[in-house]
Design a protein around this ligand. Structure first.
Ligand code: TMP
Length: 254
């Protein structure tokens, strides 16, 4: 059997060379990491759930015209994506104070922000992903002013759309981390959404009880991590689809 080429080894995902030029296979591992990789665990089934949840959310975003790298799911743990040049920024949109934001401003977790706030962090584990401003981003050429405008416009759309989508599933989107890449088509370059959107990269709270349904269950040793991710998938209607073996035959119309 031909072994495929590993293009990038991440903490939670791997990228392999795709079947056609300009494509990659994104493989979701069960590994969970926190504290810049100092805290590690293997959570059985997490990769499968994140593959499905990310497929679902990227597909809904495609339907409303948000350009993204997702092409199609290949199997339980893999999806085919467009190859992009990753912009080295983690873009965080916050609707409610939580995590590092709540700590930084000594705010109670759960306080609703006066408006959605966008923050940029440099993707650099060695430097522990420092927060950066547009001044740093343009001075060091991580992205151009035009690309920052596109990123901000897309981030606001993505956050607004997903907030509504999760609301319909009885879930509050507290904050979300997204990443973008440059897609070259002939001589034209577009900024598109890349990476994944899963409970690893969002804070999701039950609307009624504020129970955490995201990676904070791992970060804060609350237990029940994959159960929470399954609950998110179930509420999105992903786990309700009949499996191939359960599907009934054609129904006779009388
Ligand atoms: P923070 O409150 O710890 O800064 O996290 C903000 C959001 O970004 C939260 O939804 C978790 C997500 N996030 C990641 O996806 N990767 C990371 O490395 C960190 C620190 C946060």
């Amino acid at each position: 059997m031909k072994t495929r080429k590993l293009v990038y080894e991440g903490k939670n995902k791997n990228l392999y060379e795709g079947p056609e030029p300009g494509t990659l296979v994104q493989y979701f591992k069960d590994d969970a990491t926190a504290q810049q990789g100092r805290k590690k665990a293997v959570l059985e089934g997490k990769g499968v759930l994140n593959n499905r949840i990310s497929e679902f959310l990227m597909s809904r975003l495609t339907e409303i015209g948000v350009p993204n790298h997702f092409m199609r799911r290949l199997n339980m743990r893999e999806q085919l994506v467009r190859e992009v040049e990753i912009i080295p920024l983690e873009v965080v949109v916050r609707n409610v104070a939580a995590g590092s934001f709540a700590t930084r401003f000594e705010m109670e977790e759960g306080a609703v922000l006066p408006r959605s706030i966008i923050e940029f962090y440099l993707k650099n584990d060695k430097l522990q992903n420092p927060m950066v401003t547009e001044e740093h981003i343009t001075a060091f050429n991580w992205a151009s002013p035009h690309e920052i405008d596109e990123i901000v416009a897309l981030a606001i759309r993505i956050n607004d759309f997903l907030s509504g989508l999760f609301l319909g599933a009885g879930i509050k989107l507290v904050d979300i981390k997204i990443e973008f890449g440059r897609l070259w088509e002939n001589d034209m370059m577009r900024v598109i959404l890349a990476d994944e959107i899963s409970p690893d990269s969002m804070r999701l709270w039950d609307l009624r009880t504020s129970e955490k349904l995201d990676k904070d269950r791992f970060r804060r040793d609350l237990g029940g991590v994959t159960e929470a991710y399954s609950e998110v998938a179930r509420r999105l209607g992903i786990l309700n689809e009949p499996q191939a073996t359960e599907r009934k035959g054609p129904v006779l119309v009388k």
